[in-house]
Design a protein around this ligand. Structure first.
Ligand code: MV4
Length: 496
């Protein structure tokens, strides 16, 4: 195992990685921008180095500075977390040059999976089902018309360098095709510096189901089951669950087998995710993510595997913890992403000072976060402040527990997505697991209806709690718990 590693990230994921380090006896090195000198992750690390300006391009995306700190501090490996440099092949190549181990697959695999055309080609070759359409760049308009015709409308025009929803347009009839191609090309050229596009069948209202992959450097590749991530808005996931409510042992074996083929056929190593679109019993490879993902904890909970620890052990040359036959799925887990956003104002970011904070606890509750009481969320980075992850023996128990945990969660001073999640946990369609990637739009009115009521109740609680957070943080923590408990009792007795 390594003696010391550098974490090239911030916030909750930096802490998540450092926690694995601590359990493995590995020293951790943090890098932090000027905006993060008061952040928890910078204090949690064994060593922390300032890398300058809050602007990501000058700090968290600055490969040269990060490699420099790794060398200065004597870190043998770099963990990139998610976002920032996590899927940047350049970091992989630079690490190789400097004799530093990147905790992830090698640079050329990251590069290949970054190209959607290239990855689709490779998956097709490995016998993984892909969406009907071309696995080649299209430039000629007449050819595009022919391709779309043969696929059958609706089709979707995608940028090869795209991902995460940027650079794609759905087309319902031939008249719209030329304009969609031109606009996708120009978006792709300016966003990615690569205007290559391709065309495939548009799958309407699919589910997003993904498989967690683990692969060591001795040729062993396994999947650690599935996650359903259909609850998203503008390509930002909001709620994830494991397993997918539609998953059966047979389907898991089949899709998981395809995911393992996807990874092993390209010599993939470390943790990764194979994303599928699922619709009407059919599933199609969508993308492969070459990083640890935000939602990895739900998989950890239902499989019992510490995925980040596995990442470190794989990178250090150790063999996988388990064989495929050892992996079982126990119970159900749900993650709600708690963002500093106003769900009533189209999820507008709402950074600022947290003036009151108490996280939930008790059986089956895990909170991964990088914030604390009186912390000021800087405006420069993404707005996720915490992940609330809950376990239950069944999906039903899991939802009830999430509702309970959300009610215990107190964050004052900034608006958060907690009311949205409370509303979702009340949604009949969510409870019935009628999930698809357009769920939040389709049930917008129902969710907003719940949210108005939820916000009203929350306002009353907040008004009562505000004063308790002022005098002493110690007293505040206790009285917040008591206040919240009493308020919930009040609400419950009113209902009966
Ligand atoms: C699709 C699709 C339907 N049909 N491709 C969105 C993110 C990008 N990486 C791929 N995406 C989609 N590709 C075909 N052929 C629908 C989506 C899509 C989506 C996929 C996963 C999760 C959320 C989504 C939300 C809207 C659209």
């Amino acid at each position: 195992m390594f003696n010391k590693i550098l974490i090239a990230n911030r916030g909750e994921i930096a802490i998540r990685v450092m926690r694995a380090c601590k359990e493995l006896g590995v020293k951790s090195v943090a890098v932090y921008s000027d905006a993060d000198s008061n952040s928890l992750f910078a204090k949690y690390a064994n060593e922390a180095y300032n890398i300058g300006n809050p602007s990501p391009s000058q700090s968290y995306l600055n490969i040269e500075k990060i490699i420099d700190v790794a060398e200065k501090s004597g870190a043998e490996a770099i963990h990139p977390g998610y976002g920032f440099l996590a899927e940047n092949p350049k970091l992989g190549f630079e690490c190789e040059k400097h004799g530093i181990k990147l905790i992830g697959p090698n640079g050329s695999i990251i590069e290949a999976m970054g190209s959607k055309i290239e990855s689709k080609k490779l998956m097709q070759k490995a016998g993984v089902p892909v969406v009907p359409g071309t696995a080649k760049g299209v430039t000629d308009i007449d050819e595009a018309v022919d391709i779309a015709e043969s696929i059958g409308y609706p089709v979707i025009v995608k940028a090869s360098a795209g991902g995460g929803g940027i650079g794609m347009r759905t087309v319902y009839e031939e008249d719209e095709l030329v304009r969609a191609i031109e606009s996708t090309q120009s978006v792709a050229a300016s966003a990615f510096g690569d205007s290559t596009i391709y065309i495939e069948k548009y799958i309407e209202e699919p589910r997003h189901i993904e498989f967690q992959i683990l692969a060591d450097e001795h040729g062993n590749t396994i999947h650690a089951a599935d996650r359903e991530c259909s609850i998203q808005r503008r390509h930002q996931k909001l709620i994830e669950e494991a397993p997918s409510p539609i998953m059966t042992d047979e389907l898991r074996e089949e899709m998981g087998g395809a995911a393992v083929r996807a990874a092993s056929s390209i010599g993939y190593t470390n943790a990764g995710t194979v994303e599928f679109l699922y619709s009407n019993g059919e599933y199609y490879f969508l993308e492969m993510n070459t990083r640890i993902q935000v939602e990895h904890p739900i998989t950890e909970i239902v499989t019992g595997i510490d995925l980040v620890k596995q990442q470190l052990q794989i990178a250090a040359g150790e063999e996988l913890c388990c064989e495929q036959k050892d992996i079982t799925v126990r119970g159900h887990a749900i993650e709600c992403r708690i963002n500093a956003e106003d769900p009533m104002a189209d999820f507008a970011p709402n950074p600022g000072k947290i003036t009151g904070y108490r996280s939930p606890g008790g059986i089956g509750v895990r909170v991964d976060s990088g914030v604390y009481m009186n912390y000021t969320i800087p405006p420069f980075y993404d707005s996720m402040i915490s992940k609330l992850i809950v376990y239950g023996m069944t999906r039903e128990e899991c939802i009830a527990r999430m509702r309970r945990a959300l009610n215990e969660y107190i964050i004052l001073g900034v608006k958060t997505t907690i009311p949205f999640h409370k509303s979702m946990m009340l949604s009949e369609s969510f409870i019935k697991a009628k999930l698809h990637t357009h769920f939040v739009d389709e049930y917008h009115d129902e969710i907003m209806g719940h949210m108005a009521k939820v916000m009203k109740a929350d306002e009353k609680i907040a008004a009562r709690l505000k004063s308790t957070f002022l005098p002493s943080p110690k007293i505040a923590a206790v009285s917040a718990a008591v206040n919240n408990y009493i308020t919930n009792l009040d609400n419950n007795s009113k209902k009966q």
